[in-house]
Write a protein that binds this ligand. Structure first.
Ligand code: GTB
Length: 218
C-alpha cells in the first residue's frame, strides 16, 4: 500500500531538516519503506481537505490505505511497530525504546521549543532579555541529565531504536545554538544519528524540495 506523507512546500527552515517531516522520512528510510510526499502551502494546511487529516492544520501527516495519522510520535511509532528495524524484539527492550520516544517528545522537546519561541517570537519584548537565560537554563538542565544517562554509550538503550531517532531529531533543533557543544557526548550522539545512511537520505529528500521551491521558474 502506498504511503503518503505531507510536508511544507516551502519549509521556513530553508532545508535544514528541522521541520518534522524529516523524522518521519528518516523512520521510513530506516525500515526501507518507499513513500510519496504531498507538498502543502501554509494556506492549504488550513483548508478543510487538510484539516480532515490534521485537526491542527499542521504537517506532517501520514496516509496508508484507509489509515490517516497525525503527530510525529504516533506516526513514527506506527512505522516502527509495523516494520522491522526500529524496535527491539525483546518485549521489555521494546517498551524501553518507546519510553525514550515519549521522553524525547514530552520531556526534552518542550524546553527546546520554548527556547526557539523565546528567540524567534519574543525577542522584541521588553522582558525577553531577562527571560532568555532562564529558558536556556531549563534546556541545559535537561541536556545535562540526558548526557549523564547516555554517558559513553552510542545509543540510549542498546542498539539504535525509534527512541534514538526521536531524541536525535529533537536535539537537532539545538544545533545552531552551540549548546550541544557543551555536552560532547550528546554532540557525538547527534552526529552518529546524522551519519546514518537513512538519515542522510531523509535529509537529502527534504533538501531537494527546498532547492526546487527556490529555483527560478523556467
Ligand atoms: N506535535 C506535532 C508533531 O510532532 O507532529 C507538531 C507538528 C508541527 O509543529 N508542525 C509544524 C507546522 O505544521 C511544522 S514542524 N507548523 C505550521 C503551523 O502550525 O501552522 C515545526 C517547525 C517549523 C519550522 C521550523 N524551522 O523553521 O526551523 C522548525 C520546525
Amino acid at each position: 500500500m502506498t504511503i503518503t506523507i505531507t510536508a511544507f512546500e516551502r519549509s521556513p527552515d530553508g532545508g535544514r531538516g528541522l521541520a518534522r517531516d524529516t523524522r518521519v522520512r528518516w523512520a521510513l528510510e530506516e525500515v526501507g519503506q518507499p513513500y510519496e510526499v504531498r507538498l502543502l502551502s501554509f494556506r492549504a494546511m488550513k483548508e478543510p481537505a487538510h484539516l480532515a487529516l490534521h485537526p491542527f492544520g499542521q504537517i506532517p501527516t501520514y496516509e496508508e490505505g484507509d489509515l490517516a495519522l497525525f503527530e510525529t510520535g504516533a506516526i513514527v511509532l506506527h512505522v516502527a511497530q509495523r516494520h522491522a528495524g526500529l524496535l527491539p524484539d525483546d518485549a521489555d527492550a521494546r517498551a524501553r525504546a518507546i519510553a525514550w520516544m515519549f521522553a524525547a517528545l514530552n520531556t526534552v522537546e518542550p524546553p527546546i521549543l520554548e527556547l526557539a519561541n523565546a528567540r524567534l517570537l519574543e525577542s522584541g519584548e521588553p522582558w525577553s532579555e531577562a527571560r532568555l537565560p532562564l529558558v536556556e537554563d531549563r534546556v541545559r538542565h535537561r541536556l545535562r541529565q540526558l548526557a549523564g544517562r547516555l554517558d559513553e554509550a552510542d545509543w540510549l538503550d542498546g542498539g539504535f531504536s525509534a527512541g534514538d531517532l526521536m531524541m536525535v531529531s529533537v536535539l537537532l533543533r539545538l544545533k545552531s545554538s552551540g549548546m550541544l557543544g557543551e555536552y560532547p557526548n550528546l554532540a557525538a550522539y547527534v552526529a552518529r544519528g546524522e551519519a546514518r545512511p537513512a538519515y542522510q537520505r531523509a535529509f537529502a529528500a527534504q533538501l531537494a524540495v527546498c532547492a526546487a521551491s527556490h529555483r527560478p521558474a523556467d
